[in-house]
Design a protein around this ligand. Structure first.
Ligand code: ARG
Length: 466
């Protein structure tokens, strides 16, 4: 059992099949910098508790630094006999500083409190990185929105419900409707971080805490946490921080996939709303004419993968008794994958959004079609004093008449309007343009150019506060 973390009570080494099953270094090696930081902090509390001499502590810090440098240089590698990153680093530390000094570091800690803490620290760093990338995407959406909010001619598009033409909206309004949920995702990451930061499990030991007088709060502070676990069993067993992180990353994937789906639709010949930049789209190996929205499709597909990672974590956690169980080793790969997925997806997706060219003429032409101004007729009648129930009927009758004649609402003559209802005087024409329609929706949150301008300022202020 040379080099193992246990051995005293075992007569023989583990079977190779067990080692193969047990090994996690191929995925947990990336926790190395966090493990080393934890060890530095642990050496400090051991020394503070009088369990390490100053010179032994200094030698441990030197050895840990040496391992850190080798890791950064890419030359620190686990051995096939190492079970996990924690065991491997202890073996390597012993090689570095000798068994006499190196063997003192494990006092009062367990891989159970180590891994819970290091995993949190790792995810906190990546939550910050992902939040930054989501903010870049929000920024790209805001920039596109700003570019389509020219005071003379803000771009108008068909707004949809049920994918059917509903009411005209500003393109900027629509784009910002994708930005706000992404901002909430950034808030979710921040909220998550504050909750996770409050509880460093280091010092929880295997499950019951330590008898050696070590100070968990000091370790927490050194590792950038705001507090330590109030309950050592909870500290080592809880993984709701993993599940919540997996949820927020899945939510980001889902939010991005909604825009992805629209970009895919908009770039079809039938919609023809957007042109993808050549550098942010792909061709076909056989069809020379093809220009494909691969980034958007990959975004749509990867949302499924992120949801799968969340489901996997939840399934692992379900019904696990307290405290640490080896099942928990399964908590890492799904969220490592979620992090890797988003960190490669988001920059590509942002590039695609930033370089989209909108076919604003076509969008504007389609905006008033499909009787999307029928609500404007009804609301105009309401402003003329007609009860909405009646107004709705009258506007519906206008649509029926248009369908019979094969025309749009604004193409009805004054006489035809008057025949449908005496309330429909020529003044109704004021609202029978997409411009008039959007201008009239001027309550807070509405699609009028002034309101969308305010909204953009509001969004930018929120972004700046992050
Ligand atoms: N590698 C384990 C994990 O990722 C931590 C080791 C705890 N193992 C143990 N036998 N207590 O969860």
């Amino acid at each position: 059992n040379e080099g193992k973390l246990w051995g005293g009570r075992f007569a023989g080494g583990p079977a190779p099949e067990l080692e193969a099953l047990s090994r996690s270094t191929h995925f947990d090696w990336r926790l190395t910098p966090y493990d080393l930081a934890g060890s530095h902090a642990h050496a400090n509390v051991l020394r503070a508790a009088g369990l390490l001499s100053d010179s032994d502590a200094a030698e441990l810090h030197r050895g840990l630094d040496a391992l850190g440098e080798r890791y950064a240089a890419g030359t620190l590698l686990p051995d096939p006999s190492d079970e996990d990153v924690h065991g491997a680093l202890e073996r390597l530390l012993l090689e570095e500083v000798g068994p006499e000094i190196g063997g003192r570091l494990r006092a009062g800690r367990s891989r159970n409190d180590q891994v819970a803490t290091l995993f949190k620290a790792f995810l906190r760093d990546h939550a910050a990185a992902v939040a930054g990338q989501v903010l870049d995407l929000v920024d790209a959406l805001a920039t596109q929105a700003r570019g389509h909010l020219a005071p003379e001619a803000p771009s108008i598009m068909p707004g949809r419900t049920h994918l059917q033409h509903a009411q005209p909206v500003l393109l900027a309004h629509h784009l910002l409707a994708h930005a706000w949920p992404l901002l909430r995702d950034v808030d979710r990451l921040r909220d998550w971080d504050a909750r996770v930061a409050a509880e460093s499990p280091y010092g929880s030991g295997a499950l019951a805490g330590s008898s050696l007088g070590l100070d968990p709060e000091a370790v927490a502070a050194e590792l950038g946490f705001t507090g330590s676990s109030a309950n050592s069993i909870d500290g080592t067993a809880a993984r709701d921080f993993v599940a919540e992180f997996a949820f927020v990353t899945a939510m980001i994937g889902v939010d991005v996939s909604r825009l992805a789906e629209e970009v895919i639709l908009w770039s079809t010949r039938e919609f023809d709303f957007v042109t993808l930049h050549d550098s942010w789209s792909t061709g076909s190996s056989i069809m020379p004419q093809k220009k494909n929205p691969d980034i958007a499709e990959l975004a749509r597909g990867k949302a499924g993968r992120l949801i799968g990672n969340l489901s996997g974590v939840m399934a692992t956690l379900k019904a696990l008794p307290l405290a640490y169980n080896r099942d928990l080793q399964e908590d890492k790969e799904p969220v490592f994958d979620s992090v890797d997925t988003l960190e490669v997806l988001l920059p590509a997706f942002t590039g695609m959004v930033a370089t989209l060219t909108f076919n604003v003429e076509r969008m504007a032409e389609l905006a008033p079609q499909g009787f999307s101004l029928a609500t404007d007729v009804a609301e105009w009648l309401v402003r003329e004093g007609v009860p909405f129930r009646v107004a709705h009927e009258v506007a519906g009758a206008c649509v029926r008449r248009c369908e019979e004649l094969g025309v749009e609402l604004h193409e009805l003559s004054d006489e035809q309007f008057a025949q449908i209802s005496p309330h429909l005087t020529p003044g109704v024409r004021d609202v029978l343009t997409a411009e008039g329609s959007v201008a009239s929706r001027n309550g807070r949150g509405g699609t009028s150019p002034d309101r969308v301008g305010e909204q953009l300022v509001e969004l930018t202020t929120v972004v700046a506060s992050h």
